[in-house]
Design a protein around this ligand. Sequence first.
Ligand SMILES: Nc1nc2c(c(=O)[nH]1)N[C@H]1C(S)=C(S)[C@@H](COP(=O)(O)O)O[C@H]1N2
Ligand SMILES: [Mo]
Length: 440
Amino acid sequence: MKKTRTLKKGLHALYADDPEAADKSIWDREVDPVSRRGFLKKSSLLAMGAAVGAHIPFADHMPGGLIPAALAQSEEPFRIPGKDPGLIVLNDRPVNAETPPWLLDDPVTPADRLFVRNNGIPPQEIDVDAWTLNVEGEAAKSSVSYTLKELKERFEHHTYQMTIECGGNGRAEFIPPAKGNQWRLGAVGCPQWTGVRLRDVLESAGIGEDAVYIGYYGRDTHISGDPNKVPISRGVPISKALENESLLVWAINGKDLPVMNGYPLRLVIGGWPGSTCGKWLEKIVIRNKIHDGAKMGGYSYRVPCHPVAPGAEVAEADMCIIESMPVKSLITYPRSGVMIQPDQTLKVRGHAWAGDHSVAAMAVSIDFGATWQPCKLKPAVNRFAWQQWSSELRFPGKGYYEVWARATDSMERMQPMVVPGWNPKGYLNNACHRIAVKVV
Ligand SMILES: Nc1nc2c(c(=O)[nH]1)N[C@H]1C(S)=C(S)[C@@H](COP(=O)(O)O)O[C@H]1N2
Ligand SMILES: [Mo]
């Protein structure tokens, strides 16, 4: 059997030249384990404390790189504190981990299965009682400051289920490849978020006539250690910030946010790139111009305003900020590589979402797109929540098949079967997800 290096070639290349692999998970073969040693050497005290299950009073005296005995002597596999061990770690500094599709089968994503995308180093120590959020900026009528407790007491609470997806999800499939975390399919999730409306909080400060944008600042620090540098500070137009579903949240599925997902306070903006959802949130600025924080300009979270040839050089002036995410879907059951018998019916299911829009139709193909069968599709529980789809498939005989899933949004736009719109940083890949099926 031919060995494939799938990471570089991308998922589409995988089964094409290695059909024997159908009964083995692509994930099992692709993961480069990050060593426990490397993680602990570089990780924050907070993460280390969480890993050993207690605060470490003499942490100041610990030699750099020392693995706490509690971990060095255990056979536990490496895992990100508070996260499902099935998450795939792409990078440990900063921590970036995605969720394989079969762990995303729940209609509401469990907190420990929500992906982690860090641009910097999370805050080392978090004093929840002292945590404050400031609202200011040149287009704010006044500056206000609320402790977390005050936020919870003063403003009405709202809960929405909303999809969060990294703009770079699917980057691994672009050719020529784009630098950055090689996300495959799982930089996405859809938990329930509880908090207060960003609008209510902005209005309490007063939104100036000249307001055009908001920007966020979090407590995480730059990877270089330079205190003058900010890892990321993005934002959205004021009209998006004022939507009902734009929330300042402290809870996922009714419980405190996991540390890695922004504890104790974060922003959630429905339907837009995950990078707009500031974590460890300390400050919101109301701007009289497009926010110019870290990763708002250049090639970050921006795509060519007009399509370009793969590998083309694109001038910064021709790059546009990503707004709504495109229509997309996942097959979360069964896992790729499933084997069935000729007389068996295969149940398949998953989720579909479409940024600012809803998903209007869902179809699957077992003949590489020659024909499509419509699926059952549920409506969203609320705006920006992914929708559940399902289907039952019969196969004409023994052999190797692929199930391809394709969503269509309310604007009649479909997922492409091939990787769309090459762009310098590899954003917005919404190509159809497919799984391998063997009838034996
Ligand atoms: N403060 C802060 N906020 C942040 C980030 C970050 O690194 N720091 N990453 C952003 C990006 S790029 C994404 S995709 C989402 C990821 O959210 P998650 O880690 O909770 O899944 O958070 C966004 N908010
Ligand atoms: Mo992201």
